[in-house]
Design a protein around this ligand. Structure first.
Ligand code: FAD
Length: 491
C-alpha cells in the first residue's frame, strides 16, 4: 500500500469541504482533499437529463434512483446521485467533486432570523445576517429570476399556476433565490446557448447554467495552487495515533467501483466534511472498528429538516395543467411558517416529465420537534437510524392541511400518481445533525475528545433549519473555519 504524509486532509468536497479548502488555501496552507466521487469536469463526461438517465444518474447502481418513476436499467458507474435506504426513510445524497451542489436544485435560501436564533441560540445572529450570509450568497453566486421572464416563459407555467392557486387558497408566496444563472436561462430560452434547466437537467447534474461548487469555492481554492483534489478516493476508516495525528485507510476505485489501490494517508490535521451521513458513518464505524474515541453526543439530534413530499393531481386540466414544458429550477415557494397551528414552508417544485401530467409537486419543510438518532451496526457495517412515523406525524398533518386547503380552493385530488397514499414521508434530501455545533464539537466545529479533528458540514446543524440548508451549511462553515484559523489551529 502507498503511504502518504500530508499536513491537512479534508474528506469530502461538498459545501463544508469547499469552504474549508478555500480559506485554508488562502491562508497559505497545503491541503489534500479526498473525495469518493468522480471529478466530472476533469473526466469530461456529460451529465444526463431526467428523461434519459445515464452514467451520472446513480452511484454504482443497476437501476435509476429518482424519487419516482424509475424504469431505467443502468450499467453501474460512479454517478453523482446516491440513495441510502433505511426502514422508514430514504436519503438522497450527492457524490462527486462538488458534493451535493452537483445534484441539488440550487435553491439558495437564507433561514428566517427568528428560527435561526431558536436553532442556534449561542451564535451571534447579527454577525450572521450582516456578514456570513451576505458573504456566502456572493461566493455561491446567488441570484433571482427576472419577474417579467417568469411571467412570460412557458417553462414556468407550473410556478405561475402554483402561486395563483396558493393565493386563492389564502397562502402567502415568496420568490426563491438560486445559484442557477438566470441570465443564462434567458439565453437558453432564446436558443442562444445550449439548454440545461430548460432541457430537464437536474439531480443527475447540469451541464450548463448552474454555479455548483466546482465553479465557485473549489475553483477559487484550486487557483491558489495550494489544493490537491483526489477523486475516486473513498476513505474507509480513521485511526487516532498516539501522537494525536490521524491515519486514514483509503480505497481508490475506478468508475465502475472496482478497487484500483489501497492507500494510507497520515495527517496532522483532519477536517471531516463528508456530509451528514458520510461524516457519521466515518466517526461511528471508526469507533466500532478502531477504538476511535467519539463523544456521547455523536449521532444525537439528527433530523430530516422536516422534508415531506406531497402532490396534487388533476391540477387545472382544462386550462392546460401545469405545463408540458418545465424548467427544472424552482423559483416559487409558499411561506406558511408564521402559522402557529400548521407552520411549514414549501417549494413549488417542477415535475419535468416531458408531458403535461397536470400534477403539482411540493417539497414541504417543517419543524422537527421530535429528533432522531443515528447509530452503527457492526454486523452489517452500516448506519442505523432511529426514525419512524412518529417523527413525521406533525409533518403529515401539515401536508394534509395544505393539500385539503389547496384542493378546496382550486379543485384537484391528492396525488396517487406519485406516492402510494398521496404523501412521501420517506423522501429526504436534507439530512442534518448528529454532530451538533457546540455539543459534539466546540463552538467552532472542533470535535470533542480530539485535538486535531474538525467537523464542518451539515451534521453541525441540529436536524432542522426551516429552509433548504446549503446557504446555512456554507455560512456556518465560513464562521467556523475563520475562527479556527484565527485560533491558530492550523499553524
Ligand atoms: P455534501 O454536499 O453532501 O458533500 C459531502 C461529500 O463527501 C460528497 O461529495 C461525498 O461523496 C463525499 N464523501 C462522503 N463520504 C466520503 C468518504 N468516506 N470518503 C470520501 N468522500 C466522501 N439544499 C439546498 O439548500 N437547496 C436545494 O435546492 C437543495 N436541493 C437538493 C436536491 C437533492 C436531490 C438533494 C439530494 C439535496 C438537495 N439539497 C438542497 C441539500 C444539499 O445539497 C445538502 O444539504 C448539502 O449538499 C450538504 O452539504 P455538506 O457539505 O454537508 O455535504
Amino acid at each position: 500500500t502507498e503511504n502518504n504524509d500530508v499536513p491537512i486532509v479534508i474528506i469530502g468536497s461538498g459545501y463544508g469541504g469547499a469552504v474549508s479548502a478555500l480559506r485554508l488555501c488562502e491562508a497559505g496552507k497545503k491541503v489534500v482533499m479526498l473525495e469518493m466521487g468522480l471529478n466530472w469536469e476533469k473526466a469530461g463526461i456529460p451529465f444526463s437529463n431526467l428523461l434519459k438517465p445515464g452514467k451520472s444518474s446513480a452511484w454504482l447502481k443497476k437501476k435509476s434512483i429518482a424519487p419516482f418513476m424509475n424504469i431505467f436499467s443502468l450499467t453501474p458507474f460512479t454517478g453523482i446521485l446516491d440513495r441510502l435506504n433505511f426502514e422508514h426513510i430514504n436519503i438522497w445524497v450527492g457524490r462527486g467533486v462538488g458534493g451535493g451542489s452537483l445534484v441539488n436544485g440550487g435553491m439558495a435560501v437564507t433561514p428566517k432570523e427568528s428560527y435561526f436564533k431558536e436553532v442556534f441560540p449561542d451564535l451571534d445572529a447579527e454577525k450572521f445576517y450582516n456578514h456570513y450570509f451576505p458573504l456566502v450568497r456572493e461566493e455561491l453566486k446567488v441570484n433571482v429570476i427576472d419577474e417579467q421572464f417568469l411571467k412570460d416563459c412557458p417553462y414556468y407555467k407550473f410556478t405561475r399556476v402554483g402561486e395563483e392557486e396558493a393565493h386563492k387558497a389564502g397562502f402567502k408566496t415568496m420568490r426563491v433565490p438560486n445559484v442557477y444563472d438566470f441570465k443564462y436561462m434567458e439565453k437558453e430560452f432564446r436558443n442562444e446557448v445550449p439548454r440545461s434547466a430548460l432541457n430537464t437537467e437536474v439531480i443527475y447534474g447540469n451541464n450548463y447554467g448552474k454555479n455548483s461548487l466546482d465553479k465557485t469555492y473549489l475553483r477559487k481554492a484550486l487557483e491558489t495552487g495550494n489544493l490537491e483534489i483526489l477523486d475516486l478516493h473513498h476513505v474507509q476508516t480513521i485511526q487516532l495515533n498516539d501522537d494525536k495525528s490521524y491515519t486514514l485507510k483509503v480505497r481508490q476505485i475506478d468508475t465502475s467501483g472496482i478497487m484500483v489501490a489501497d492507500k494510507v494517508f497520515n495527517c496532522k490535521k483532519l477536517i471531516l466534511s463528508a456530509g451528514t451521513m458520510g461524516t457519521l458513518q466515518l466517526l461511528l464505524q471508526s469507533h466500532a472498528e478502531n477504538n476511535f474515541p467519539v463523544h456521547e453526543k455523536i449521532g444525537k439530534k439528527w433530523g430530516n429538516n422536516g422534508n415531506f413530499m406531497t402532490g396534487r393531481n388533476w391540477v387545472k386540466p382544462l386550462s392546460g395543467g401545469t405545463g408540458a414544458k418545465q424548467s427544472t429550477i424552482p423559483v416559487g415557494g409558499i411561506d406558511n411558517w408564521e402559522d402557529p397551528e400548521n407552520p411549514f414552508f414549501t417549494e413549488i417544485a417542477p415535475l419535468p416529465m416531458g408531458m403535461d401530467v397536470a400534477t403539482a409537486l411540493y417539497l414541504l419543510i417543517n419543524r422537527v420537534d421530535k429528533k432522531g438518532e443515528v447509530a452503527y451496526n457492526k454486523a452489517s457495517q452500516s448506519l442505523t437510524l432511529n426514525w419512524d412515523e412518529s417523527n413525521t406525524l406533525k409533518m403529515k398533518e401539515n401536508a394534509q392541511y395544505f393539500i385539503r386547503k389547496m384542493n378546496k380552493a382550486n379543485g384537484g385530488t391528492r396525488s396517487h400518481l406519485l406516492f402510494d397514499n398521496g404523501f412521501g414521508a420517506d423522501i429526504c434530501y436534507h439530512p442534518l445533525g448528529g454532530c451538533v455545533l457546540g455539543e459534539a464539537t466546540n463552538e467552532y466545529g472542533k470535535l470533542k475528545n480530539h485535538e486535531n479533528l474538525y467537523v464542518l458540514d451539515g451534521s453541525l446543524i441540529p436536524g432542522t433549519i426551516g429552509v433548504n440548508p446549503f446557504v446555512t451549511i456554507t455560512a456556518i462553515a465560513e464562521y467556523c473555519i475563520e475562527n479556527l484559523i484565527k485560533e491558530n489551529e492550523f499553524a
